[in-house]
Design a protein around this ligand. Structure first.
Ligand code: ADP
Ligand code: MG
Length: 491
């Protein structure tokens, strides 16, 4: 009864022949057979085993184990389709015949569902793999492109930044970090108000807004305060748009024009100095000519005229006694000697002949003697490794520095002592004049422009690729250092 009514397909076959002895309705219905087709037929002839080896294996196991549970096999229906079963079978005795009681559990739908699920899972896994690959490639390309962008901008001489439209920094390049002495991490995400002074932030933001409102790139002159002080810059600011044209950020490229401004200013200053100097030089030359003319006219020619008169009167009334001749000629000789000395001094001031004939060191020694005699100032000289192979141009230049410096000591310093040092090397010759006088503020450039001395020393040295340094502070004395290079062929 249970056999007939069971919803699972069941059947009984003769073990030896495989003939079907009985079969339940569920089984007939499932396989699509009529009872008459089946009863008495060997199941092999019914062609329900797509692989006859499956049946042979079942029989083999039953012979040794007498019972088989849940063997997974496919079976063919009458109309040809395959269905999957878990087959359980027992060997039973019907009378004297060894029979098989077989019960099948149809798992076709379950299998199909499982397969469909596996397919879906595989498909899904494939898609995930593909998308992951794509993402990895996009990511790598993005990293490379970002890396390229960073490297490029980190080597630019300009400052560069990107800010959100409401003013938060998204990106800054290395020059930006260096200029403000801040690192990337402490800038990104912050606003100008959070990073800089109120005034500074206001200027930056006002210009940002102007460019954003205009919707186009614009240039602004800004004066940011970098870590090393105020700079003048030209900031190019431009809105950045996404694909749909919506502005999402503002970019900036900032060019420092401080250096350019400073160079322009220095150039202007130097031009003015040159102009002033030329005017002063022309005047000095005129003054000097007047002085020489005056000296020659008022002094030398007066004294010569007086001598002419003396000689003329001697001519008219020569002394009668020979021993008186010497006496009356004596004042004439003395005056002539004095005149000769004075003319020598005058010529010497114009150009010391010693410099030309004996070189710098003897001319310096001679000049120091003359200054000491004339002013009473105590001047000492220290000489170190002077080779004496300096060109006349170079030694004249250093000699003029010495003359002017000692004259300044005498004129301005109220000093009791001065030291002159001369030292040579394979590269050049240096001269310094140090005094223990009242000093002055050497950093105050206007002092240099008062007279002609310091400026003309500077200009002379510059012409020979040398330099002049003035070290002086009120009450601390003054040190003037000059240096000229030795020309290659003289070295
Ligand atoms: N050795 C010094 N001691 C004190 N003040 C000096 C000395 N040398 C120069 N000065 C100052 O620098 C100024 C400029 O000097 P200079 O250019 O030679 O012009 P000048 O001698 O015609 O005044 C001087 O007027 C003086 O104030
Ligand atoms: Mg002077």
């Amino acid at each position: 009864m249970a056999f007939r009514l069971s919803p699972h397909p069941m059947g009984v076959t003769e073990l030896k022949t495989g003939r079907c002895l009985d079969i339940n309705d569920a089984c007939l219905e499932m396989f699509g057979f009529r009872r008459d087709d089946v009863i008495g037929q060997p199941t092999l002839l019914l062609d329900i085993w797509p692989d006859p080896q499956d049946r042979a294996r079942l029989i083999e196991r039953l012979t040794s184990e007498l019972s088989v549970r849940n063997l997974d096999v496919p079976l063919r229906m009458k109309h040809g389709g395959l269905r999957h079963f878990l087959i359980s079978a027992d060997v039973v005795m019907l009378g004297k015949t060894r029979c098989l009681l077989i019960i099948g559990n149809d798992i076709t739908e379950h299998k199909r569902a499982e397969e469909a699920l596996r397919d879906v899972r595989e498909e899904l896994e494939n898609r995930v793999r593909e998308r992951t690959g794509e993402l990895e490639r996009t990511n790598a390309a993005l990293i490379e492109s970002e890396e390229r962008f960073r490297t490029f901008l980190d080597h630019a001489a300009n400052l560069a930044f990107i800010k959100t439209t409401d003013g938060r920094y998204l990106y800054v390049n290395r020059r930006f970090e260096q200029a403000f002495c801040l690192d990337h991490k402490s800038i990104v995400g912050k606003t100008d108000e959070e990073l800089f002074s109120r005034e500074q932030a206001d200027q930056f933001r006002a210009d940002d807004r102007t460019a954003l409102e205009a919707g186009t790139a614009m240039e602004f002159e800004e004066t940011p305060c970098y870590a090393d002080g105020l700079h003048t810059t030209i900031a190019l600011k431009f809105p950045m748009r996404d694909k749909s044209g919506h502005i999402y950020a503002i970019g900036g490229i900032v060019t420092d024009i401080n250096e350019r401004k400073r160079t322009e200013e220095t150039l202007q200053l130097q031009q003015k100095q040159l102009h002033d100097l030329t005017a002063k030089l022309i005047k000095a030359q005129e003054d000097e000519r007047q002085r020489i003319a005056r000296e020659l006219h008022d002094d030398v020619s007066q004294r010569l005229a007086a001598l002419v008169l003396d000689v003329a009167s001697l001519e008219r009334q020569p002394p009668l006694l020979p021993e008186l001749i010497g006496k009356s000629l004596e004042p004439v000789r003395e005056q002539l000697e004095q005149l000769s000395d004075d003319l020598h001094n005058l010529a010497y001031k114009l150009h010391p002949s010693l410099l030309q004939h004996a070189g710098l060191q003897p001319a310096v020694e001679d000049h120091i003697r003359e200054v000491t005699k004339r002013t009473g100032l105590s001047v000492s000289l220290k000489v170190h490794r002077m080779s004496g192979s300096l060109s006349l141009d170079h030694s004249t230049c250093l000699f003029r520095v010495l003359q002017e410096s000692l004259q300044n000591v005498a004129k301005h310093a109220c000093a009791t002592e001065a030291t002159v040092k001369l030292s040579g090397s394979s590269k050049g010759v240096g001269l310094s004049v140090t005094d223990n006088g009242k000093g002055f503020d050497a950093s105050d450039k206007s002092a240099h422009h008062k007279g002609l001395g310091l400026t003309s020393m500077q200009q002379r040295l510059r012409l020979l690729n040398g330099f002049l340094r003035v070290h002086s502070r009120p009450t601390e004395g003054t040190k003037i250092c000059a240096w000229v290079p030795v020309k290659k062929e003289e070295a």
